[in-house]
Design a binder for this molecule. Structure first.
Ligand code: NAD
Length: 282
């Protein structure tokens, strides 16, 4: 079984991005900039943002974190986004989710200029992705896609089963694999026989949030299995895939931690650089 090393893949991607930033610096005399807005003091969000900032600095991006208390008014956040939209030194804007209840997530996402939407959540980017046009692609599915391509460079005609239909993971993942000519089945909480669906799959991407849902006897021999889940349990962090069981059947599997997680941040940096490059063409 191939253990898909997301940490290593992310380090390789960051090294490539670092070179690209250096080239952009010498060509344009400026570097891409990432601005993250962090609202409130949720510990996981603070950790994510710290890691994003650290990685951005490592590859040479200009990075900035704007922090607000969780009592901040929605209007203040929307005004800040408008200011960042017209700031030429800002290539990418990310508002760390989740937001406090009194702030409308959709309003915030839609306020971000689609050309600076490094999370790929703006409806314009969602639509472009599903139409097969150029767009920002949500970072986690993009990371999964890059890991899958390392194992299976030619995905033509492969059967892919996506477990979970979230806007963040399952739906964009489906679009990416459709673009690669996979036959894609998207499953969810109302799917009748999830095991039977998974048993058909050459590629499984599990993004559910249920610890070890995907079992060893759900997976065809030689399937590539990508585990997006991050679930806190009494025995530590586990994915949505039963690692010990599935590793006995699968051709390749991502571990949790050390699989998809590190790729998510590397893809955020990639998206920031891609936004910058597109802005220079205009
Ligand atoms: P979500 O809660 O938004 O969506 C979960 C999806 O799973 C839903 O579409 C639901 O229909 C489906 N589902 C629920 N129960 C099911 C069942 N029994 N069978 C089949 N489908 C079922 O979740 P999300 O935001 O997509 O996150 C999923 C997991 O991925 C979580 O564990 C989250 O922590 C993790 N995650 C990891 C990363 C990363 O970088 N590795 C990034 C984002 C999310």
């Amino acid at each position: 079984m191939i253990l898909i090393d997301g940490k290593k893949a992310a380090a390789e991607l960051r090294a490539e991005l670092k070179e690209e930033v250096a080239e952009l610096r010498s060509k344009h005399n400026k570097v891409p900039g990432l601005t993250v807005i962090l609202i409130g003091d949720l510990t996981p969000s603070q950790i994510y943002v710290r890691n994003k900032e650290k990685s951005a600095n490592e590859v040479g991006l200009k990075s900035e974190v704007i922090k607000y208390p969780d009592t901040v008014e929605e209007k203040t956040v929307l005004e800040k986004i408008q200011e960042l939209n017209s700031d030429e030194t800002v290539s990418g804007i990310l508002v760390q989710l989740p937001l406090p209840k009194h702030i409308d997530k959709q309003k915030v996402i839609e306020a971000i200029d689609p050309s600076k939407d490094v999370d790929g959540f703006h409806p314009m980017n969602v639509g472009n992705l599903s139409s097969g046009y150029e767009s920002s692609i949500p970072c986690t599915p993009l990371g999964c896609y890059l890991l899958i391509k390392k194992i299976e460079p030619n995905l033509n005609g492969k059967k892919a089963v996506i477990v979970g239909r979230s806007n963040l993971n399952g739906k964009p993942m489906t679009q990416l694999l459709l673009k690669e000519n996979c036959t894609v089945t998207i499953t969810h909480s109302k799917t009748k026989d999830l095991k039977a669906e998974c048993l058909e799959a050459d590629i499984i991407v599990a993004a559910v949030g249920i610890p070890e849902l995907v079992r060893g006897d759900w997976v065809k021999k030689d399937a590539v299995v990508i585990d997006v889940g991050i679930n806190k349990t009494d025995s530590g962090i586990v994915g949505d895939v039963h690692f010990d069981e599935v590793s006995k059947n699968a051709k390749a599997l991502t571990p949790v931690p050390g699989g998809v997680g590190p790729m998510t941040i590397a893809c955020l940096l990639k998206n920031t650089i891609d936004c910058f490059k597109r802005s220079q063409i205009k």
